[in-house]
Design a protein around this ligand. Structure first.
Ligand code: PLP
Ligand code: COI
Length: 333
């Protein structure tokens, strides 16, 4: 596989499919086609009974393949399924499906040293037909992979803008990874892009005074007194990347980690900021525009020094060039 540029879909050798029918899971299988048919009355199509995950496989220098914190993705997938009345796939079964799909598509892993990865997209959809509002009685668990490069090609810090719209309600589904959150957020993203920003920054849905998260990533800031600051809210997705960064910031960089409120009109104590997630990795944020006023962080020309160190540590562990003391890595070949 050659170097991959951008975050796009490339069809691979196989997709993994496993059906839940008559109250139990059938066995999973790898299929060549990336298309299938379902009932026109599948609740996934009408009522958004759907959830997904995002993780990556990393080709190591020795040709083996690393998966990062896969059990955490499996557990978050269970929470999303539970919230949308879908069957909870056992953690081992999630891992088995992902491993089988990655190994079948090993040829699609971008080469070591290019920063490219194989993006893994597990999802579940409610497919048993239903017209009245309610859960399906039949479900499909699917794993798709695609080779990807950087989500945002330009390494320069991005400019983001807040939105009058929310991606999630205060006690809605913001803390789980369901398609509906994204369906409701792309309109705000489109507006942001039309106005010349690279991404949208959502505020807390209750008061619109605090930073919540980016449409597809968590937010963190590094303060002038060297604290790793990241918002805490019931409507934020608990990012697995952010969890790892909190650990690395504390253990390896000696930063105090604070999870709490970051008010949109009080950011003077923050010197560098970033969006973090599987797809966006660590994407530095240079400025935030809110209600027509722009706040520019000190580190706005290039990635800040702490974010750079965090990125090197995280990707070093993910690609296997730095030893993993945390048990985050599963190596397969
Ligand atoms: N927040 C949102 C809304 C996301 O879509 C994602 C991407 O998965 C994240 C945060 C980052 O989560 P993770 O680091 O687990 O990929
Ligand atoms: C991920 O980081 O895995 C995501 O889910 C991002 C995606 C919505 C583009």
């Amino acid at each position: 596989m050659k170097k991959v540029v951008g975050f796009g879909y490339h069809k691979t050798n196989a997709v993994y499919m496993r059906r839940f029918k008559n109250g139990k899971w059938e066995s999973g299988k790898l299929v060549k086609e990336d298309q299938f048919s379902i009932s026109v009355m599948a609740p996934a199509l009408h009522y958004g009974q759907q959830c997904f995950e995002g993780l990556k496989a990393y080709l190591r220098k020795d040709g083996k393949v690393n998966l990062f914190r896969i059990s955490d993705n499996a557990r978050r997938f269970q929470s999303s399924c539970e919230r949308l009345l879908m069957p909870q796939l056992p953690v081992e079964d999630f891992i088995e499906g992902v491993k089988a799909t990655v190994l079948e598509n090993k040829d699609f892993l971008p080469p070591y040293g290019t920063e490219g990865t194989l993006y893994i997209r597990p999802l579940m959809i409610g497919v048993g037909p239903k017209l009245g509002l309610g859960a399906a009685d039949e479900f499909l668990f699917i794993v798709i992979v695609s080779p990807v490069g950087a989500y945002i090609g330009d390494p320069k810090p991005i400019k983001v803008v807040t939105s009058e719209y929310d991606r999630a309600a205060p006690f809605g589904t913001g803390d789980v990874k369901v398609g509906g959150n994204y369906a409701g957020s792309v309109f705000a993203l489109e507006i942001a892009k039309k106005e010349g920003f690279q991404d949208v920054l959502f505020l807390d849905p209750k008061t619109h005074t605090k930073i919540e998260e980016v449409g597809a990533a968590n937010f963190y800031g590094i303060t002038f007194d060297n604290k790793y600051l990241t918002p805490k809210s019931p409507s934020i997705l608990n990012s697995i990347t952010n969890r790892a960064l909190k650990t690395l910031a504390k253990d390896k960089l000696g930063l105090e980690v604070i999870e709490g409120d970051i008010y949109i009109d009080k950011m003077e104590h923050i010197k560098e900021a970033a969006a973090c997630g599987t797809a966006l990795l660590i994407t530095p944020i240079g400025s935030i525009t809110h209600l027509g006023k722009t706040f520019t962080f000190t580190d706005h020309e290039k990635i800040g020094p702490y974010s750079q160190q965090l990125k090197e540590l995280l990707t070093g562990i993910q690609f296997g060039s730095i030893a993993d003391p945390y048990g985050w890595i599963t190596t397969i070949n």
